[in-house]
Design a protein around this ligand. Sequence first.
Ligand code: 4GO
Length: 351
Amino acid sequence: MQVDILSLFPRYFEGPFSESILARAREKGLVTIRQTDIRDFAQDKHNKVDDRPYGGGPGMVLMAEPVAQAIEKVKTPDTKVVYLSPQGKTLSASHCEELARCPHLVLLCGHYEGIDQRLIDTMVDEEISIGDYVLTSGCSPAVVLLDAVMRFVPGVLGHERAAQEDSFQNGILDCPHYTRPETWRGLSVPEVLQKGNHDHINKWRHTQSMLRTQRRRPALLSRYQQELESPRQMSPSEFGLHEITLPVSKLNKSKRFYRDVLGFVLVEETDRNLILELGSLRLRLQEGTLPQEELRSRFTLGPFTEEAIQKILDRMRRAHRGQETWEANSIDKSIELLDPDAYQWTLLELK
Ligand code: 4GO
């Protein structure tokens, strides 16, 4: 793979590309990285590449022409030009895997307030962000992107399974890892890992991944469960819907809870399937085997107005003949309740 980096600070990259995995990939000839200084294409004798923004405002904007000439200098017919900016699509593992198949990447690093939009509109193929925060330049995002992409280039990691098995590649977080000594400051390595039964170890690792994902990134877990159900289908998030699939023990009991108590709208009903919606949440209930209690997901709904919450609680009282089967948390104004299968729902109240 050929990579060209266009920036105002070519020396910025000397360190990260001369160490560790990226250095070895370059030595093995798996990637060739070239630096281009955008300032070499300045149009005046003062080497000026930036100017004040039209319409006013603070800071400076990189001018289109020097950047255009820098791109034209390195561009070939199979080049993909990537601009790193907070306005881009957030980088994901599957996106990195795709970029790793590209023979020539140009990574365009902005500085100051960014680059003239006309250059971006006409010469950039993809705008990519590494996360929701602003940095002083696109240089460190270019390093991050290249590091993440190179791990998918065959031969870079040495152990070929690794990138595929890592966290996110299958959509959930990685399991914990341990190494020697067996006991460190009184803490021992989980027994199942010491025993060496690979079936048990794989199961344990998968459970750990699921538990971590449930606690730390619940939205990732529901997407993962959804994809296990119906791979390759267009994801509901593309329609602005967030979809959750839940195995339940009795469809009718669940229907009474979700439709009659929580106020979901029933949109589809078959023998073994119910689809209900509330706002942008689509819930698919399927009669089937419940997950183990500790793997049973927790969900959040809302925020609701005070009146809406009162309505739900009235219906809860009626359904349970006056018993109060929920818990109110007055600190963050939330209500916790359990569905008929002990899935936990947290209702948020508008503050
Ligand atoms: C990229 C570039 C953040 C990202 C950047 C990011 N900040 N989140 N800053 O990937 C234009 C001028 C963008 C400075 C650059």
